[in-house]
Design a protein around this ligand. Structure first.
Ligand code: ATP
Ligand code: MN
Length: 465
């Protein structure tokens, strides 16, 4: 074949240099036609859009073209011409074709179109080839980049917190243990418990549930940091909003109080949603057409409107007085369920909501205590269709108050002494929050199951490909 530098399909579709020869490589989405002419819709992942390759059958022979079926990968040289068909402006008249890899139509799982999302979840290794998952995973990339750009442009430092932790006191959820001990025959201490001093790290370790505690150490030195990494929770909650392995973004900022923190969360979310609209509109429009016709309007609404801010106490009052029948009871002191959060957002305010000042007993030990002795400076951002998308707080910066809380909750001080100690050496007011990256992805893609916004979802009883 003639050596021509490859053009990505996203670029080729914009060309107007008709008559020029180009090289394209990609996977066949469909091939149709007749004895004389064959049309291939080719996709290389660079865009949701396919490019049409027109093949004069006589030039290649039917036998040669036979393996060019859905899923096959081909390398094409061809002449760029103005498209005759509707929809596209550009197509390619093939001059040379090399078949990189066939995909036997009798066994290729994506031979037919229109598979259910449930079926596609069973073939995670192939589903990026579909339009839907191509769109979602391209958007995942763009949103990751936007996260880094947002913080970098504002002087936040990307701070890498450990994935293996020795602090089991974060209270955010059940943890996965990391160990090299022999399952069948672990070393035992005299009292019969497992002797972790013989484990790899000389102590018991787990996969992190959050980078926050270590992130605070970064904020106490660099001023403003963020983490963006994988986090793990061993909760057996099989919901459309929970994964056992998910990605979290956690900014932590010195000298921020809860109001600064709310402003940051709102500005950050609006930036991300606007970034999606500005940079991923082809993919968004495809997903809107397929799954959710209100998607674009919902995204615009979030960008253009102020979030409602109110206290947990006022929120509970609204829920109690709503007359709505909830599956879980609602009363002051109850941990709000997604149905309650969504009622406030979707039915009552019809707008994203930031709820603050939760009862201390349903929130983490590190949140700053209010004067009332009952509530803490927590803030959760609640979104339409999602419920909680961000959880955050102003942190307790007073050593004695934090210690008191740790003791009240009978936590293991041994594993978080450093978290307490940082308050002894130049403590400062500070705040931060955690945004679940896949919850954000649910929102911007309009997908409804969190398993469909991460390439390889890990959930109870499922670590497949
Ligand atoms: P939820 O109440 O929804 O289970 P949480 O209060 O336990 O969440 P946090 O500990 O506050 O969650 O974590 C911060 C953010 O991380 C949440 O606001 C959410 O966006 C996300 N998140 C938490 N747990 C999960 C999970 N299992 N899978 C995906 N995202 C999650
Ligand atoms: Mn939370």
């Amino acid at each position: 074949m003639k050596e021509i530098r490859r053009t990505k399909i996203s670029e080729a579709l914009k060309l107007t240099t008709f008559g020029e020869e180009v090289n394209l490589k990609g996977w066949v989405r469909t091939r149709r036609g007749n004895k004389n002419v064959s049309f291939v819709a080719l996709n290389d992942g660079s865009t949701i859009n396919n490019i049409q390759i027109v093949i004069d059958v006589a030039n290649f022979g039917e036998e040669f073209l036979k393996p060019i079926t859905t899923g096959a990968c081909i390398n094409v040289n061809g002449k760029l011409v103005e498209s005759q068909g509707k929809g596209q402006t550009v197509e390619i008249q093939a001059t040379e074709i090399e078949i990189y890899g066939a995909a036997d139509p009798t066994t290729y799982p994506l031979q037919k179109k229109g598979h259910s999302l449930e079926f596609l979840r069973e073939i995670a290794y192939l589903r990026p080839r579909t339009n839907t998952f191509g769109a979602v995973f391209r958007m995942r990339h763009h949103m990751s980049y936007a996260v880094h750009k947002y913080f970098n442009d504002r002087g936040f430092y990307y701070f890498h917190t450990p994935i293996i932790t020795a602090s089991d006191a974060e209270g955010a959820g059940a943890m996965f243990e990391v160990t090299t001990l022999d399952h069948a025959n672990p070393p035992k201490a005299e009292d019969g418990t497992v002797d972790f001093s013989q484990d790899f790290f000389g102590r018991q370790t787990n996969l992190t549930v959050s980078g926050q505690l270590e992130g605070e150490l970064g904020a106490m030195a660099l001023g403003a940091i963020y983490t963006f990494g994988p986090t793990f929770r061993a909760e057996n909650s099989n919901t459309p909003r929970h994964l056992a392995e998910f990605w979290m973004i956690e900014p932590e900022v010195a000298f921020y109080d809860i109001f600064d923190n709310m402003d940051l969360a709102e500005d950050f979310l609006k930036y991300l949603v606007k970034y999606a609209l500005d940079n991923c509109i082809d993919d968004i429009e495809f997903l809107a057409k397929m799954y959710d016709e209100d998607l674009v309007a919902r995204l615009k609404f979030v960008v253009e409107n102020d979030f409602v801010r109110l206290t947990y106490t006022d929120g509970v009052k609204i829920l109690e007085e709503s007359g709505h029948k909830f599956e879980f009871p609602v009363y002051w002191g109850a941990d709000l369920q997604s149905e309650h959060e969504r009622y406030l957002v979707e039915k009552h305010f019809k707008c994203p909501v930031i709820l603050t000042d939760y009862p201390k007993d349903i929130k983490s030990f590190y949140m700053k205590q209010n004067e009332d002795g009952k509530t803490v400076r927590a803030m959760d951002v609640l979104f339409p269709k999602i419920g909680e998308i961000i959880g955050g707080s102003e942190r307790e910066s007073d050593y004695d108050k934090l210690l008191q809380r740790v003791e009240e909750m009978e936590m293991d001080i041994e594993s978080i002494w450093w978290y307490l100690d940082i308050r002894k050496f130049g403590t400062a007011p500070h705040s931060g929050f955690g945004l679940g990256f896949e919850r954000l992805m649910l929102f911007v893609t309009g997908m409804t199951n969190i398993r469909d916004v991460i390439p390889f979802p890990r959930t109870p009883n499922h670590a497949e490909y």
